[in-house]
Design a protein around this ligand. Structure first.
Ligand code: GDP
Ligand code: MG
Length: 369
């Protein structure tokens, strides 16, 4: 089992990630900042900094036994897509265009709500889910919590600019997460646009696009003028098909928090993405240090839902607090048990906060997804 990342361990001990990295190195382990460490490594590294380690395994494993899905239960699920790229290269414009171009008649009346993700159904009925919190901050925040939410990343680069530092970061995040990338060269309507320059700069980073004989799909687009966006989505879907994304809808839901907030009128609003299973009204949710019964669910059009299946984003009312983006949620059969585990996690969390007694407690619950 792997537990926390290098940077999480560093912050628990109040030292810099570099210090942890070099401690790992002296053990012959070359760890990057976001790498998860195994128990033995954590113990030895922590000892070097004068910490004693205690591994606490809350009873979530027994509470939510992981059952292997039966082949006949698995159905195709829509891919989950993240758009990443440098500021002003067109992430928001692209996400808006995709959303607006694929609103079906029934949904058109509803007011678009921001719930951190949205799903679209293309004309040929294929579905996709887009994370609506663009930028790699969200991506890394979730990854740091062990959540792998993205199936395919669109890396957007403005053709009138260059491959910029944030573009490079986005690429390295996707690569580190082993998430396939499709490149969108945007703003080709602009007089100064030079898509070949972008291809060249990518190739200098060892990223060869298909039209140059490489393996990366690439599409020239204009998010502003709505040019070639369908072609881009086709390429993304092609990339997703290779992954054979499937999930079992016939079990308790499991998934990830995208964002959460406190609404004066409604209480805590938790926007989540279901990975597998089906979430229903009345379900008991255990999520991070919180829990609650699903009182109401809404989609991104404000439409009330009775259930939500794999890859579906959903806004949930009824959780007793605001969990963090990237937290895993599980549906529990027993409310008392959910409360017990949530309370235990809260305790662990507080103890982690008290770094004074040179003691760190590592919690493996919630890190299973
Ligand atoms: P973000 O920071 O990556 O979310 O970028 P935005 O979507 O906010 O776009 C930044 C600016 O570029 C805005 O003024 C957009 O109108 C403009 N923009 C985005 N896409 C295009 C495009 O395809 N062509 C042109 N000409 N402008 C674009
Ligand atoms: Mg933006």
């Amino acid at each position: 089992t792997e537990f926390v990342t290098v940077s999480e361990l560093a912050s628990m001990m109040n030292v810099s990630p570099t210090q942890v990295i070099s401690a790992c190195m002296s053990l012959g382990i070359f760890a990057s900042i976001n790498q998860r460490l195994d128990a033995e490594t954590i113990q030895i590294v922590a000892e070097e900094f004068g910490f004693e380690t205690e591994f606490v395994s809350a009873d979530v494993q027994e509470a939510i036994p992981e059952v292997e899905d039966k082949e006949e239960d698995l159905i195709d699920r829509p891919p989950i897509i993240t758009v990443m790229g440098h500021v002003d290269h067109g992430k928001t414009s692209l996400l808006d265009k995709i959303r607006n171009a694929n609103v079906t008649a029934g949904e058109a009346g509803g007011i678009t709500q921001h719930i951190g993700a949205y799903s679209v159904t293309l004309k040929d009925n294929r579905k996709m889910t887009f994370l609506d919190t663009p930028g790699h901050e969200a991506f890394t925040a979730m990854r740091a919590r062990g959540a792998q939410v993205t199936d395919v990343a669109i890396i957007i680069v403005a053709a009138d600019d260059d491959v910029m530092p944030q573009t490079k970061e986005a690429i390295s995040h996707a690569q580190a997460a082993n998430v396939p990338m499709v490149f969108a060269i945007n703003k080709i309507d602009k007089p100064g646009a030079n898509p070949d320059k972008i291809r060249e700069q990518l190739s200098a980073m060892n990223i060869l696009v298909e039209e140059w004989g490489g393996k990366y799909q690439c599409q020239e687009i204009s998010a502003k003028q709505n040019l070639n966006i369908d072609d881009l989505l086709d390429k993304v879907l092609l990339e997703a098909e290779i992954l054979h994304l499937r999930a079992n809808p016939n079990k308790n839901a499991v998934g990830t928090v995208i964002e959460s907030s406190l609404d004066k009128g409604k209480g805590y609003v938790t926007n989540m993405l279901v990975h597998a299973g089906t979430m229903k009204i009345g379900d008991i949710v255990l999520v991070g240090r919180n829990y609650g019964r699903v009182r109401a669910m809404h989609d991104e059009h404000g439409v009330a839902l009775k259930e939500a299946g794999p890859s579906q984003p959903v806004s949930v009312l009824g959780i007793n607090g605001a969990p963090s983006a990237g937290d895993t949620f599980h549906i529990m059969d027993d409310e008392r048990e959910a409360k017990t585990i949530a309370t235990k996690r809260e305790q662990l969390y507080r103890e982690q906060g008290l770094r004074t007694n040179k003691h760190i407690t590592l919690d493996e619950i919630g890190r299973r997804l």
